[in-house]
Ligand binder design. Structure first.
Ligand code: SAH
Length: 456
């Protein structure tokens, strides 16, 4: 029954015991059944809390003092409040448990599939320094360039936060060198308030296996001042730099990369390897950010797909063809579809690079191409989908059902939209058989999942 009013008032200080976690990792404590969400509190803990918001059915509080601490509490490695990795105060075991619960809850509450087995989450042995790509904004303070993450809910840069514990360490180092060199050369930062200045973002990407480094320098202006000196300094310091790109973003926008990307040094892409397959990755292409966990994820997707040499397979949202090429090693034919043209051009390059001739890639929106393929009579045995956080479009789900594959493997980075889509597939004659969560993003509240769905 809905509560008539909140049992606490704004600015009141109370003592609260925490019993649960939200999927963002905030503590949940209850006052006569009324939940109060408090950042940095763990189940089993007791604390004094100041109420900062009291809605009718739930409220938010700020932790003032811990009276009882959980054995799962650990000292965060990083104390910067960028809100990028909000779970650092939890033991890694608790982080994994929380993500398992997130998946199970979505399956139960959204998909009504509580009977489907969720296998124990695959975690990392060392859950730090895993990120192979960063995009860091550039600003100025007292006339000097600064780089760093934005403070939570603002565009204020937290100065020089290149120590992030989730980044591959060489990335932090390269960002610092680009900033210091640009600073020495007198290159000015972009100022979004007046839409003036030059340097907007520094993007760095590495190949975990190859150690290749790509640097993308994003500017408002068409010209990058002192570009030769900058290239010289960077390539002298880092022999592993295989690509330096200049991206121009002249718009007033929060989107980081602009339309135009120019080559300044080396190739337009770098390489990395997952398992036996080598991938070329260009600046604008999506590539999973945690390579060792990606291998686990793709192996699971392949195991669930149970492909044999007579099978035709579709890989929707294929990016640079990562999953497609894994599948192509076993299947008769693989079709990949992806909306970013640069990614499809990488996918084609990657097929060639690995001597794979049975994969075909198409640029387009998966929700448009899939119905078109259906109309053309394409009837795959297996479909793999790996959509962005918003999940699959209804049109795409409909097209999948019409194609009548014997199996669907759904790779998802958002348990809620996964659960929503699984419910739609269940109602259309498919059954979810099992789920495998994988921790691709330690220290953050995000969780990846692989689901096996079969024709009922
Ligand atoms: N399977 C790939 C990519 C997964 S990420 C991998 O593991 O690397 C999701 C991909 O979907 C991104 O490459 C993104 O560009 C693409 N995408 C987003 N919306 C899309 C749409 N409507 N149709 C096709 N691809 C889309």
């Amino acid at each position: 029954m809905a509560k008539q009013s909140a049992p606490v008032e704004k600015n009141e200080t109370i003592t609260l015991t925490f019993e649960d976690l939200t999927h963002e990792g905030n503590g949940v404590g209850k006052i006569n059944g009324y939940p109060l969400f408090v950042a940095n509190a763990l189940p089993g803990e007791e604390a004094t809390v100041k109420v900062i918001k009291a809605n009718k059915n739930f409220g938010f509080g700020k932790l003032l003092e811990l009276l009882k601490t959980s054995p799962e509490r650990i000292e965060p490695v990083c104390h910067v409040h960028c809100n990028g990795c909000g779970l650092q105060h939890m033991s890694y075991n608790l982080q994994l448990e929380m993500k398992m619960n997130q998946v199970k809850n979505a399956m139960k509450k959204v998909a009504h599939l509580e009977h489907v087995p969720v296998h124990p989450i695959i975690g990392m042995e060392n859950p730090l320094h895993y990120r192979n790509k960063v995009q860091i904004p550039v600003g100025e303070k007292n006339g000097e360039l600064i780089t760093g993450f934005y403070q939570k809910r603002s565009h204020r840069i937290i100065e020089n936060t290149e120590t992030c514990v989730t980044h591959n360490e060489v990335i932090n180092d390269v960002v610092k060198t680009v900033r210091n060199t640009a600073n020495r050369l007198g290159i000015r930062a972009y100022n979004e308030e007046v839409h003036k200045g030059v340097l907007r973002h520094i993007m760095v990407r590495t190949g975990q296996e190859t150690k290749d480094i790509m640097v993308v320098i994003v500017t408002r202006t068409d010209k990058l001042p002192h570009q030769d000196e900058l290239i010289k300094e960077l390539t002298k310091t880092y022999p592993h730099i295989k690509s330096i790109m200049h991206n121009v973003n002249s718009k007033r926008t929060n989107v980081i990369l602009g339309e135009k990307t120019k080559l300044l040094f080396g190739d337009e892409y770098i390489h990395d390897k997952i398992g036996d397959i080598t991938f070329a990755i260009s600046a604008k292409s999506f590539y999973q950010i945690n390579p060792s966990q990606t291998k686990m994820l793709y192996e699971k997707a392949l195991e669930y797909a149970q492909i044999d040499s007579n099978d035709t397979v579709i890989d929707a949202y294929c990016g640079i063809g990562t999953i497609s090429l894994f599948l192509a090693q076993k299947a008769k034919k693989v079709y990949g579809v992806e909306v970013v043209p640069e990614a499809i051009s990488d996918a084609k390059k990657n097929a060639k690079l690995n001597g794979i001739t049975n994969a075909e890639f198409v640029v387009g929106e998966a929700e448009k191409i899939m119905p078109w393929w259906t109309a053309q009579g394409l009837r795959p045995d297996v479909i793999v989908v790996d959509p962005p956080r918003k999940g699959c479009d209804e049109e795409l789900l409909q097209a999948m059902v019409e194609m009548k594959p014997k199996r669907i493997v759904y790779v998802s980075c958002n348990p809620s939209t996964l659960a929503r889509d699984l419910r739609i597939l269940e109602d259309s004659g498919y059954e979810t058989k099992k789920l495998q969560p994988v921790d691709m993003f330690p220290q953050t509240g995000h969780v990846e999942c692989c689901a096996l769905i079969e024709k009922a």
